[in-house]
Design a protein around this ligand. Structure first.
Ligand SMILES: CC(C)(COP(=O)(O)OP(=O)(O)OC[C@H]1O[C@@H](n2cnc3c(N)ncnc32)[C@H](O)[C@@H]1OP(=O)(O)O)[C@@H](O)C(=O)NCCC(=O)NCCS
Length: 161
């Protein structure tokens, strides 16, 4: 609870890539041996191959403890997708995710963007994550049954900016 005052949010730099990969594991979202795809996605952004894609980090005491990745949806008028958000496990439940998400929304709103989508799993293990999105004003808009694998639905949350 005492962490928030010293938390700082900034756009990620190329140097942050390994900290973000460590965070993906420390949040419980990725297993250590599952980070290759994420590493590629990060490299593409920092190589300039994905121009309007943004990684944003939240630091506490000069350590990256949360990160988010947001990008525009192709073939839409100002709709965006939050492809990633995670907080290191030992810092979860202290408001950092909410602060980071509100920051991302604020940046998009200022740019005149219109809609933010977030996709997550329908599995019981993601119930707290879904509560987090609902608590931040997202509505469950769609469910694609058996999307990730048989028995694991994709839930699409939506918020008008
Ligand atoms: C989901 C996540 C980003 C939320 O960030 P956070 O900083 O833990 O959440 P906040 O403290 O801002 O908000 C707390 C609310 O989020 C929900 N929540 C989700 N995960 C939680 C967790 N691990 N611990 C506590 N609350 C959690 C609760 O509903 C809580 O509200 P409540 O206390 O009124 O029930 C973070 O917990 C996380 O990284 N989880 C694992 C990775 C993940 O699921 N990422 C999203 C993938 S789609």
């Amino acid at each position: 609870m005492t962490e928030k005052p010293s938390a700082a949010i900034r756009p990620a730099a190329a140097d942050d890539q390994s900290a973000i990969l460590d965070l993906a594991v420390a949040s419980g979202l990725f297993q250590q041996d599952e980070t290759a795809v994420l590493a590629e996605m990060l490299a593409d952004v920092f190589n300039g191959q994905l121009p309007d894609h943004h990684w944003i980090v939240l630091e506490n005491a000069a350590t990256v403890i949360a990160a988010a990745y947001v990008a525009p949806e192709v073939m839409s008028d100002r709709a965006w997708n939050l492809y990633f958000i995670a907080v290191a496990r030992r810092h979860q439940g202290r408001g950092h995710g909410t602060t980071l998400l509100a920051h991302v929304e604020g940046v998009l709103r200022k740019r005149g963007e219109r809609l933010l989508l977030i996709e997550t799993s329908g599995l019981e293990g993601f119930a707290a994550t879904r509560r987090f999105y609902r608590g931040n004003g997202y509505e469950e808009e769609a469910r694609i049954r058996d999307f990730y694998r048989a028995g694991e639905d994709k839930i699409v949350f939506r918020k008008l900016l």
